[in-house]
Design a protein around this ligand. Sequence first.
Ligand SMILES: Cc1ncc(C[n+]2csc(CCOP(=O)(O)OP(=O)(O)O)c2C)c(N)n1
Length: 358
Amino acid sequence: MAQTKAKDDEASQQAAPQVEALNLELAAQVREELGDERLVAMLRDMLLLRRFEEYAGRAYQRRKIKGFCHLYIGQEAVGVGSMAALTDADKIVSHYREHGHALARGMDPNAVMAELFGKATGCTGGKGGSMHLFDAEKGFLGGWGIVGGQIALAGGVAFSQKYRDEDAACLCFLGDGAVHQGIVHETLNMASLWDLPLITIVENNRYAMGTSIERVAAVTELAKKSEPYNIVGETVDGQDIFAVYDAIKRARKRAVEEGRPTWLDVLTYRYRGHSMTDPAPYRTKEEVEEEQDLRDPIARMSNWMVSEGILTEDKVGELDDEVTQISKDAMAFADESDFPDPSVLTEDVYVEWPWDIE
Ligand SMILES: Cc1ncc(C[n+]2csc(CCOP(=O)(O)OP(=O)(O)O)c2C)c(N)n1
C-alpha cells in the first residue's frame, strides 16, 4: 500500500508541470541592486496588471467597455520589468496593447479603468478609450492604434531629448507584427545616423492578430533586424522580469551616456486572443497551457522569491487580495462616473471649430 502511494506521489509529481526557473545569477544580482522591498513592489505590480485586466475583460463581456480592447495578460514582466529600469525623466510611447504599460508606469488605475469605460473621469476624458491611454505627467505619451506608426513619434521624442541635452531616453513598444513596416526601418536608420536615445522593445508574442511570426518573417530572429542600422540588438526572455529589467537598464545607459539606440526582441506570450472578440482558433489549447504552466512570469518570480525567503506564500496572497480590491474599486469608480458631455467633443483637437473653410 505504502509502495503504491509512493508510486502515485511520484506519478503526480511527474505530471505536475514544473515552472521554469529564472536566470538565477541575474535574479541575485538585481536583488542585490534593488533590495527586497523593490522586488516585492514589482511582483505586486505584475499582479495588479493581471487582476486589473481580468476585471476589464469581465467588464467588456458585460458591455461596460465598448469598441476595441486588447488585453496584456501573460506579458506583465515586459511592462513591469522595463518601467523599473526607467527614471521619471524618461518617456514612453506605446502600442494599442498598453493597459499594462500605463499601470506599470504608475498611472492611476481608476483613471485607466474609467478611460476604458469611456467616462469623463478617464485619463483622456473618456475620448481615447482602450488604445489611447495618456498621462503627460508620468511621461506616458500614449498608446497608438496604427501598427508601427508609434516608432516615428518615439524617434521624434528621442530627437527632442537629444536636442535639449536631456538626461533621458524614450522607450517605444512595438508588437512583432510591426517589425516589417517601412516606418520602423526608416526610424531605426535615422536613430542610428543621428545618435538618438531611442530604446525599442518588440513585444514578440509570436502572433500578429492570427498570423504567426513564422508566416510573416523571412528572418524570425528579430534581434538581427538592427544589424543593417548598426544598432545593438538583443534577444531577451520576456517572461523573466529580471532579464527585461537588465536589458532595459543597459539600453538606457547606452542611450543616455553614448546617445545610441537599442533594439530588443523580447520573447513573450499573450494568453488571451488578439482582442476580446478573438477566440484564437489559430493556436492550440496545449500551446497556451504550456506557456501558462511553465513560463508564467508571475509564477516564475513569486516561486523564486518564496524560495529565497523574500516573502511567504501568504504574503503573495495578501498582495493579490490588495490588487484585486484596487481593481474592483476601479470598476466601481468607472461605473459610477459620468460619460463626457457631448459639448467637449470638439475640444483637444488641432483645428479651430467650426473651421474656416474659405
Ligand atoms: C498599419 C496598420 N495595419 C493594420 C492594422 C490592423 N491591425 C491591428 S492589430 C494588428 C496585428 C498587430 O500584431 P502585433 O504587432 O504582433 O501585436 P499583438 O497584437 O500581437 O500584441 C493589425 C494587423 C493596423 N492597426 N495598422
